[in-house]
Design a protein around this ligand. Structure first.
Ligand code: GLU
Length: 516
C-alpha cells in the first residue's frame, strides 16, 4: 500500500537518442505515477559535459511525447523544483559536497589521470586484480587521507587540480531494499571510492542524482538494472547526509535482452536483425548518420507502448492488448520480474498489426493520406473507406496501407516478370481478349455478376479458374498481390477494369496468341 504522495522521475543523460530500454523506464515511471495519482518529473542529467550531445534532450522530450508520455515537471514545463537540468543547478551541489568533506565521508584526491593509468597498466602487467581506488589503495595515493594535512592543504592553496571522492567505510554490508529484487547485500570491500565532484567543478552523476532525488522529494527510483551496482553507493550517500529515513525506494528494472543469444539489446542488434531500437528517427549531429525509429518505420505509438510494457511486466492474465487507461489501472511493480526479457521483433510487428485492426477506416484514412499526397492523389472519402476496408487486414505497419492499396489509385506501370513467366501461357492473351469482350457486354458490373460471368466463361473456354484469374490479376496490379479479384474489380469499376486489360496487354506487347 503506497500512502505518501508519489513523486517519480525519469532522469536521462542527453548523450544521444533514447534507446527503447530508456523508453520502457520512462513508461514504467509514467504508469506508476499516474496509477498513484502522483507526479512525474523529467530531469536532465547533463553534468558530464564530455558526453553531451546537442539535440538529444529535444529528441527525448519529443519522442516520449509521441509515445504518449508527458511530464508534470520538466525543463520545458518548469515546476516547484526548477531548474530541472543539472547543468543549471551546479551551484546547489557544492554545499552538499562540503558537508561530506566536513563529516569525513569524502576526501580530496590529487592523482592525475596519468598516475591512475599507470596504476591500471601495472595491475594488468602484474596480473593482479584490476586497479581500484578504494579503501586499500587510497592509503598510498595522493589524497587528503594519505597525505599529511599541511601537505594537501598546500596543494589546494597552490591550485593543484583535484577531484573529491567518497570515502567508502571499511567492513560493512550495505543493504539495498529493492522492490523488484528484494534485499541486495553488498560488502563495502567491493565498492570503490567513486569520484563525486570533478576537477571541472561539476558533480558526477552519483552526487547530483542523490542530491536531486532528495531535493525533488522523489519517493521511488525506478530505473534500469545497469544502475543496480551504483545503488549501494547511493544508499551510503543517503546515510552520510542523514537522509536515511526519507530515502526513496528503489526498483531496478530487468534488462531487455537480444532477440537471439544472450546479453543486453543493443543498437547493433537492431541493425543486424532489421528492427528499430529508437522510438523515433535520430540523426547523429556529428556524423549525420541516420538511426531508424519506430515512428518512421510505421509503428503506432499505442503498439510501441504495448511492446515496451510487456518487456518486464506481466499482467498476470491472458490479456495482451491494453489501452493506456487500462495500463495505468493495472500496472504494478510487484508484477515486474527480475529476469531479463528477450526482445522479439516479430511480436513487435504482431502488436502493431493488432492495433491497426482496431482502427476504424476513418483513422486509417488519416494514416494513408501522406502517401496519397506524395502521389498528388485526392480520391473521395467514400472510395478510400471502401479500399481501406478491403486492405486493412493485410496492413501490419502503416506503409502497408499504401503498399497493399496503391493499385486502387494508380495503374500498374510495370508487371512482375517472374510472375509473368510463370503464369503466362500460349493462349493466355487471347483468352483475356475474349474475356474483355464478354465483360464489355455486361450491363451490371459488380462482384456477384462478374463472379457468375467468370464461372460461365471458364467452363465454356474449358480453362481452370487460375488460368484466367492469375493473368488478370497481373494486369490489374502488376503482380500476384492484392485482395480478392471480384472485390478489386468492383471497386475499380468496369471502365478502369477494361482499360487495365487493354493497356496491360499492349504494354506487355503481347502478340495475340489466340488458341489456334
Ligand atoms: N542519468 C542516468 C541515466 O542516464 C539516470 C539513472 C537513474 O535513473 O538514476 O540513465
Amino acid at each position: 500500500m503506497i500512502q505518501e504522495q508519489v513523486r517519480v522521475r525519469f532522469a536521462p543523460s542527453p548523450t544521444g537518442p533514447l534507446h527503447i530500454g530508456g523508453v520502457r523506464t520512462a513508461l514504467y515511471n509514467f504508469l506508476f505515477a499516474r496509477k498513484h495519482k502522483g507526479t512525474l518529473i523529467l530531469r536532465i542529467e547533463d553534468t558530464d559535459q564530455n558526453r553531451f550531445v546537442p539535440g538529444a534532450e529535444d529528441y527525448i522530450v519529443k519522442s516520449l511525447a509521441w509515445c504518449g508520455l508527458d511530464f508534470d515537471e520538466s525543463p520545458q514545463k518548469g515546476g516547484p523544483h526548477a531548474p530541472y537540468r543539472q547543468s543549471e543547478r551546479s551551484g546547489i551541489y557544492e554545499e552538499y559536497i562540503q558537508r561530506l568533506l566536513e563529516s569525513g565521508h569524502a576526501y580530496y584526491a590529487f592523482d592525475t589521470e596519468a598516475d591512475l593509468n599507470n596504476l591500471r597498466d601495472q595491475a594488468k602487467v602484474n596480473n593482479t586484480n584490476t586497479f581500484q581506488y578504494d579503501q586499500q589503495t587510497r592509503k598510498s595515493l595522493q589524497n587528503s587521507i594519505a597525505l599529511p594535512e599541511a601537505e594537501w592543504k598546500k596543494l589546494i592553496a597552490a591550485g593543484t587540480p583535484y577531484v573529491i571522492r567518497v570515502k567508502i567505510p571499511e567492513n560493512e554490508q550495505v543493504i539495498v531494499h529493492d522492490l523488484i529484487r528484494g534485499e541486495v547485500i553488498v560488502s563495502t570491500s567491493n565498492l570503490d571510492d567513486k569520484v563525486l565532484f570533478k576537477s571541472d567543478g561539476l558533480p558526477t552523476y552519483h552526487l547530483a542524482n542523490v542530491v536531486d532525488d532528495y531535493l525533488m522529494k522523489i519517493t521511488h527510483v525506478i530505473r534500469g538494472e545497469e544502475w543496480l551496482p551504483s545503488a549501494p553507493l547511493h544508499v551510503l550517500l543517503y546515510r552520510f547526509f542523514g537522509w536515511e529515513n526519507i530515502k526513496p525506494q528503489f526498483a531496478h528494472l530487468p534488462l531487455i535482452l537480444k532477440p537471439d543469444g544472450n546479453g543486453k539489446l543493443s543498437k547493433r542488434d537492431g541493425d543486424r536483425l532489421g528492427f528499430p531500437v529508437f522510438p523515433t528517427e535520430w540523426k547523429d549531429p556529428k556524423t549525420n548518420e541516420i538511426f531508424s525509429g519506430y515512428r518512421e518505420s510505421g509503428y503506432l505509438p499505442e503498439a510501441v507502448i504495448n511492446i515496451m510494457v510487456h518487456l518486464g511486466w506481466n499482467p498476470g492474465t491472458e490479456q495482451e492488448l491494453f489501452t493506456m487507461a487500462e495500463l495505468i489501472q493495472q500496472f504494478s511493480l510487484e508484477r515486474v520480474g527480475k529476469h531479463g526479457s528477450k526482445f522479439d521483433p516479430e511480436k513487435a510487428k504482431w502488436f502493431n498489426h493488432q492495433y491497426m485492426q482496431q482502427k476504424t477506416e476513418d483513422d486509417l484514412l488519416l494514416l494513408l493520406k501522406p502517401f496519397l499526397e506524395k502521389h498528388s492523389l485526392n480520391p473521395t472519402t467514400e472510395y478510400l473507406r471502401t479500399v481501406l476496408h478491403l486492405v486493412k487486414e493485410r496492413a501490419i505497419l502503416i506503409p502497408d496501407l499504401w503498399n497493399t492499396s496503391w493499385f486502387f489509385f494508380l495503374r500498374p506501370e510495370k508487371y512482375d516478370s517472374q510472375v509473368f513467366q510463370k503464369i503466362w501461357l500460349p493462349g493466355t492473351s487471347g483468352l483475356l481478349r475474349d474475356f474483355a469482350q464478354a465483360v464489355n457486354l455486361m450491363d451490371d458490373f459488380n462482384k456477384e455478376s462478374l463472379h457468375a460471368m467468370v464461372q460461365n466463361f471458364i467452363s465454356e473456354a474449358g480453362v481452370k479458374m487460375g488460368q484466367l484469374m492469375n493473368p488478370l490479376r497481373l494486369l490489374m496490379v502488376g503482380s500476384n498481390q492484392g485482395p480478392g479479384m471480384m472485390d478489386l474489380a468492383e471497386v475499380l469499376g468496369k471502365d478502369e477494369f477494361m482499360v487495365r486489360i487493354h493497356t496491360g496487354l499492349e504494354k506487355l506487347n503481347l502478340p495475340d496468341h489466340k488458341t489456334n
